[in-house]
Design a protein around this ligand. Sequence first.
Ligand SMILES: *[C@@H]1O[C@H](CO)[C@@H](O)[C@H](O)[C@H]1NC(C)=O
Ligand SMILES: *[C@@H]1O[C@H](CO)[C@@H](O)[C@H](O)[C@H]1NC(C)=O
Length: 434
Amino acid sequence: MTIISLSLLRNFSLLVLLLSISSSTAYSSHPLDPLTSSEIASARQIILSSPLFTSPTTFHYVGLDEPDKAEVLSHISSSTSRHAFIIVRSNNQTHQLSIDLTASSIVSHEIHTGSGYPILTLEEQGAAIMLPLSYPPFLESLSKRGLDVKDVVCSTFTVGWFGERQLLKRLIKVLCFMAGETANFYMRPVEGVLIIVDLEAMQILSYKDRVQIPVPKANGTDYRSDKVGPFVGPETKPGFVVQPQGTGIQIDGHNVRWANWKFHLGYDVRAGAVISLASIYDVDKETYRSILYRTFVSELFVPYMDPVEEWYFRTFFDAGEYGFGLWASPLQPRADCPTHAEFMDGYYANQNGKPVKVSNVFCIFERYAGDIAWRHTEIGIPGETVTEVRPEVSLVVRMVSTVGNYDYVMDWEFKTTGSIQFRVFYHSPSAFIA
Ligand SMILES: *[C@@H]1O[C@H](CO)[C@@H](O)[C@H](O)[C@H]1NC(C)=O
Ligand SMILES: *[C@@H]1O[C@H](CO)[C@@H](O)[C@H](O)[C@H]1NC(C)=O
């Protein structure tokens, strides 16, 4: 019995393997597909072997250089060559390049001279926040306040120039907090200390300890349920959706089809999710009708609007400075997304230009909210009662981006009625406590 079921299982997995091979070879790439891991690797190779970049070069943006809309709309995928758009820093200058991946050549190159800076890399932020921990004036500020350096964590706050015009430098403020007995360190700032880091030199450029404000107690700030217990009284029971006939979602590469919808879903390190070519089936005309060409979050601006010296610069561009795709949280099955969700991965280039995978960057699932899309009961016909009920089912594309202490849950919900609803749910440890 055991042997039989094992061999059945083996045949079954062989079948699944064959199916997945044939479906992956059948998929012909789409001109809006994000760069693959190997395309990112070739882009890096082309840049690093160019005589333009003999000095140390860091990668701040690597993504698809999209073909023109007209070309996409009339595309025959095999004839579309693939281009990458790249922003690197080298010799303290910002270079913008377009690369032909098919021909392995640089198509355009310019040095950016206006205002504005590229997305911050994870690596340079990681290095900047370590600087205060061994900086003697900061250690002195800590001991004046009676704080232990082992509980200090620092964080990078926006980019810009402060006071005087220093367009060539990339500067960032670093602020520090006390963790230790709480994970919610944002509630416990070492207020009054201002550190400006020169990201190119990777050193502290200026330091100021202006005012001492007591650090709030850790007690009562934590949000971890293993520390503070459950948040609601009686727990809800776990639940899941059963789909006896399987899923209604078809995913082929980055193309998604569901009910009367079809669209393309791509990942970008700056924008996060990019939805393109969303069309809906028109029953009367028996053909698909375009609803939108492309949609993504272009920016999320978070200005704190407090003019004091420690706060005036807290004006974040969460997509343009930090990168929604860069800070995407890998989605946790059965927690971030329901049990029946399907997942997609993304790839970005790290500071060295090497591809990094973000697993489960998107989830896609059918939402059964228990609502009614449309109904009518007709009792006006003598001797007859006509009741027709159409349950509401929609398709959700979800990603979560965690920028600092803000978690943005972004849902694109496709409804069979033809509308797309975009919602951002914002969560934060500070907001939870408040
Ligand atoms: C870049 O600028 C930093 C200061 O911002 C300086 O220390 C460094 O030497 C410069 N590097 C080059 C290659 O000019
Ligand atoms: C934290 O506060 C609670 C009441 O709010 C108190 O019972 C507990 O003793 C406090 N813990 C510490 C370590 O001060």
